[in-house]
Design a protein around this ligand. Structure first.
Ligand code: E4P
Length: 218
């Protein structure tokens, strides 16, 4: 299972990268805005800075909603660095753009996916990643994990290469349950990755080992 961090914050990306388990980064316009970055040149520069912090894939989202605009933006983003994956919204022009990029060998992440049908379309259009939004479904009392399981079954039925990128992860149990279902990737905040480390028995066990090791008189 690949671990992506869902942020545009360079310090958090560096912290996750330092842990040695990071496979990539996902961003979206809200996450970029949160970092206070303005102006096209600065935004492009920030994507490059993110690529410099991590070895793996970096999803950069287009903000155009029409085919021509998405192609222009996506090509510009993809040209920044081979690590860039063009993130496209699950709308008709997004599906067309996904097919266009996939035919050209440019990798894509189809985002804002909330149904199995949308995930099927993204796979048919050749998406590299599909991003079902687990947490946002849970937020409205709909079982987000069930959607991941449905997509897993559909993709396995037809051997689609599209990777399921469980997005909108809120906590460690989302990560663990996605791993059980067989999600290819998860993207979540730093806390959802670092939270996996924690267990009180590990802490008390280590404290006891260190206490007992004092008798070694090294
Ligand atoms: C990532 O690709 C998505 O944009 C992100 O996970 C959405 O997360 P949110 O629902 O916490 O905003």
């Amino acid at each position: 299972m690949k671990f992506f961090i869902d942020t545009a914050n360079l310090d958090q990306i560096k912290e996750a990268q330092a842990l040695g388990v990071l496979d990539g980064v996902t961003t979206n316009p809200s996450l970029m805005a949160k970092e206070g970055i303005t102006g096209k040149a600065n935004i492009l520069k920030h994507y490059e800075a993110i690529c410099d912090c991590v070895d793996g894939d970096v999803s950069a989202e287009v903000i155009s909603t029409n085919f021509d605009g998405m192609i222009k933006e996506g090509e510009e983003l993809a040209a920044l660095n081979p690590q860039i994956v063009v993130k496209l919204p699950m709308i008709a022009d997004g599906v067309k753009a996904c097919k266009y990029f996939s035919d050209k060998g440019i990798r894509t992440n189809v985002t804002l996916v909330f149904s199995a049908g949308q995930a099927l379309l993204a796979a048919k259009a050749g998406a590299t990643y599909v991003s079902p939004f687990l947490g946002r479904l849970d937020d409205i009392s709909t079982d987000g994990l069930n959607l991941i399981a449905e997509i897993r079954q559909i993709y396995d039925n037809y051997d689609f290469d599209t990777q399921i990128l469980a997005a909108s992860i809120r906590h460690t149990m989302h990560v663990i349950n996605c791993a059980k279902i067989g999600s290819d990737v998860m993207t979540g905040p730093l806390s959802s990755i670092e939270g996996l480390l924690k267990h009180p028995l590990t802490d008390s066990g280590l404290a006891k080992f260190l206490e007992d090791a004092k008798s070694f008189d090294l």
